[in-house]
Every structure is written in C-alpha cells, then in structure tokens.
Design a protein around this ligand. Structure first.
Ligand SMILES: NC(=O)c1ccc[n+]([C@@H]2O[C@H](COP(=O)([O-])OP(=O)(O)OC[C@H]3O[C@@H](n4cnc5c(N)ncnc54)[C@H](OP(=O)(O)O)[C@@H]3O)[C@@H](O)[C@H]2O)c1
Length: 185
C-alpha cells in the first residue's frame, strides 16, 4: 500500500483559529507572506515524513499508550525564519508537558526510521508561508492561552496547489495530574 506523509500535532480550538486569523490580518501586511488557512493552523510535535501503513500502525499503537497529563499552552511569542519563509507564533516558555510529549513522539519516530531533524525542537504554529522578505514583527504583549487535552496524527495531503491536513487518529491527555492521583488517600 502507498505511503502517507504524516505528522503528530496539536490542533487548535475553532475559536482560537478564528482569533488568530483576525489578529494575523491586523498585524501583518497582505504582502508579507501566504496565510495558512484557519483550519490548517496547528502545532507540530513530530514530523514523520513518508511512512508505510505498517510503521504508521506501530506508531499509532505507541501513541495510544502515552499517559501524560494535559497542559496549558501560552502563545506569546512570534518570529520569522527567512530561509524557509515562515512567520510563526510560539511561546516564550514552552510548558514541560509539551516538550515531554514531543520528545517522546520524536524518539519513537526515530526508532521506527523516521528521520528527525538534529535541530532542537522549537514549538510553533506557522502563520505565513513564503515570507522570504523582512517582516516587521509585533511587539511583545499579545497572549493567548488554551488547554491542550489531546494530540493527533495527521496526513498531509497536497493536491492542486493546496495542502490539506486530515486527522487519522487522536488521543486524550489525562485530565488529572498522575502525582495527585498517587498521593490521593
Ligand atoms: N504536503 C505536501 O505533500 C506538499 C507537497 C509539495 C509541496 N508542499 C508545499 O510545501 C509547503 C509546506 O507544506 P505544509 O507545511 O503545509 O505541509 P508539510 O510539509 O507536510 O508539513 C506539515 C507539518 O510538518 C512540519 N514539517 C514539515 N517538514 C518538517 C521537517 N523536515 N522537520 C520538522 N517539521 C517538519 C511543518 O512545519 P512548518 O509549519 O514549520 O513548515 C508542518 O507543521 C507548502 O507551501 C505546500 O504547499 C506540500
């Protein structure tokens, strides 16, 4: 069977997608780059590349066994990577839960032959693509928070010049801190 281009990611609540799209339109001039569609805004945890159905299944089984509490994500940082032409939204301090989850998924992916970039993981939501010219970034002071209570596996599908991300599976992060459960009477 054919391979699929896959990645593990956090999706954003609908109201957050809409708020970010409005803020982006107010913040960046029209020519700064190509806006990512609201429904495509996401934060990648681990990029897998082209994956066979067998590897996809194995990684999904491992993902289903992850036991980790949810966490709050604060989006309060923005930046521009001119080489890939990406303008992004991120966090000044990534929560430990986010780094742990990404690190685990990336390690499992690497063990199954999915090349992982040697660059340190920099959690981000791509807002604009093809932004190769200098871009004026907004001053610090913007801030969104949302609760992350699940993560998903997406297939990246490219057709007629458009990329669409299709959720293949999704897993919950536990709502309670396991330490709290352990110390409960
Ligand atoms: N999806 C396809 O099959 C395909 C084929 C040909 C051309 N394109 C074009 O390529 C551009 C990028 O597409 P896309 O980002 O929507 O889909 P994508 O390349 O499949 O990326 C999906 C997600 O994985 C991340 N990612 C991609 N390569 C990575 C790597 N080597 N290491 C770590 N993370 C990685 C991306 O991060 P970032 O958000 O930081 O990029 C994005 O969050 C678009 O302009 C699209 O039109 C896509």
């Amino acid at each position: 069977m054919a391979t699929q281009r896959l990645f593990f990611a956090l999706s954003l609540p609908d109201d957050m997608q809409q708020a970010l799209v409005r803020w982006r339109a107010d913040t960046f001039p029209a020519g700064a780059g190509v806006p990512v569609a609201a429904a495509n805004l996401h934060l990648t945890l681990a990029f897998l590349g082209e994956v066979t159905p067998e590897t996809s299944q194995r990684l999904q089984t491992l993902a289903s066994r992850i036991v980790q509490p949810g966490f709050d994500l604060d989006l309060d940082d923005a930046g521009h990577w001119p080489r890939p032409g990406v303008v992004w939204l991120g966090c000044q301090r990534a929560p430990r839960g986010l780094l742990q989850l990404a690190s685990l998924l990336r390690a499992q992916a690497a063990r199954h032959g999915c090349h992982q970039s040697p660059q340190p993981f920099h959690p981000h939501i791509t807002l604009l693509r093809h932004a190769t010219q200098p871009v004026a970034l907004p001053p610090r002071g913007f801030h969104w928070r949302f609760r992350v209570s699940r993560f998903s596996l997406f297939a990246s599908e490219y057709s007629r010049g458009r990329t669409r991300y299709r959720a293949l599976a999704s897993w919950p992060l536990s709502s309670q801190d396991p330490h709290a459960l352990l110390s409960a009477p």
